[in-house]
Design a protein around this ligand. Structure first.
Ligand code: CP
Ligand code: NVA
Length: 308
């Protein structure tokens, strides 16, 4: 059966940890200039229905470094943008390429693509999840701290795709998570309940609060994301008001655990969800996270598409 990567729940914790081990190995090889063209001669399509800097670059370069051909397909330029169905697109593309990455709006679109494609589909962000980002983030935490279990992550801000994927990530890796959001911007209840059940089995906890101060207590990692995600541009002004008090700044960082890391998936809105000084501080590992997208996605592609 083909292997998709749409959410972190499609793998066991052991499999997710193995992906990080592979990514660390590929990172080392790249540093030493050791080629790793394990997908030589294959082709991977990248469908983007939303903007991207990191995902586009890291996938495109990663695909090339694995010896495969990347095809960048903007949703605006292909027939999908003119109403061709996902299910037809999936079956057509499967006749040409060996794998598909998609960044889209409704998560169901990625699910439908995976259902009809006979080749693996990788989620490069939907309105509901961003699993590749979380894998890069957890890899970064592992590099910095040497462990997964017992790490406490505080996620401050919108109960969005990043928050949902953090719940899955912490539940799978046995990490503790505290999510602080304003009441109207809480995480999805059903994703929370499912993650809670998984976390229970792996000995970790997920707590929801409206207090950023409470969430960051003893945190090893303080994480935030934009208040208005792609597709929510019209709400940006209202959200700045609604999220007052939820900025990650030096005051909030001082209430976190000693040596706490600051993380952000980027792009960041300086002065909104995070202050300039925190973003530029010693605690900030934002560019390590961005770099690790490249390495972890190579590992994910090898897992889904297989080597030669
Ligand atoms: N973090 C992330 O996915 O960035 P892009 O939107 O630039 O791809
Ligand atoms: N929540 C953000 C993440 C961007 C990487 C968005 O969906 O726009």
């Amino acid at each position: 059966m083909k292997k998709d990567f749409l959410t972190l729940m499609q793998r066991t914790p052991q499999e997710l940890k193995a992906l990080i081990e592979t990514a660390l190995k590929l990172k080392e090889e790249r540093k030493k200039g050791v080629p790793h063209k394990y997908l030589d001669g294959k082709s991977v399509a990248m469908i983007f229905e939303k903007s991207s800097t990191r995902t586009r670059m890291s996938f495109e370069i990663g695909i090339r470094e694995l010896g495969a051909n990347p095809l960048f397909l903007s949703g605006r330029d292909i027939q999908l943008g003119r109403g061709e169905t996902i299910k037809d697109t999936a079956r057509v593309m499967s006749r040409y390429v060996h794998g598909i990455m998609i960044r889209t709006f409704a998560h169901e679109r990625a699910g439908e693509l995976a259902e009809y494609a006979s080749v693996p589909v990788i989620n490069g962000l939907t309105d509901t999840y961003h699993p590749c980002q979380i894998m890069a983030d957890i890899m970064t935490i592992y590099e910095k701290t040497g462990r997964y279990e017992g790490i406490k992550v505080a996620y401050i801000g919108d109960g969005n795709n990043m928050a949902n994927s953090w719940m899955n990530g912490c539940a799978q890796f046995g990490m503790d998570l505290a999510v602080a959001s304003p009441a109207a911007y809480r995480v999805d209840k059903s994703i929370y309940e499912k993650a809670l059940e998984t976390a229970g089995r792996h000995g970790s906890s997920i707590t929801l609060t409206e207090s950023p101060e409470e969430a960051v207590k003893n945190a090893d990692v303080v994480y935030t994301d934009v208040w208005a995600s792609m597709g929510q541009e019209d709400e940006a002004r209202k959200r700045i008001k609604d999220f007052a008090g939820f900025q990650v700044n030096s005051r909030l960082m001082s209430l976190a655990g000693k040596n706490a890391l600051f993380m952000h998936c980027l792009p960041a809105h300086r002065g909104e969800e995070v202050s300039e000084d925190v973003l530029e501080s010693q605690a900030s590992v934002i560019f390590d996270e961005a770099e690790n997208r490249l390495h972890i996605q190579k590992a994910i592609m090898l897992d889904c598409l297989g080597g030669n």
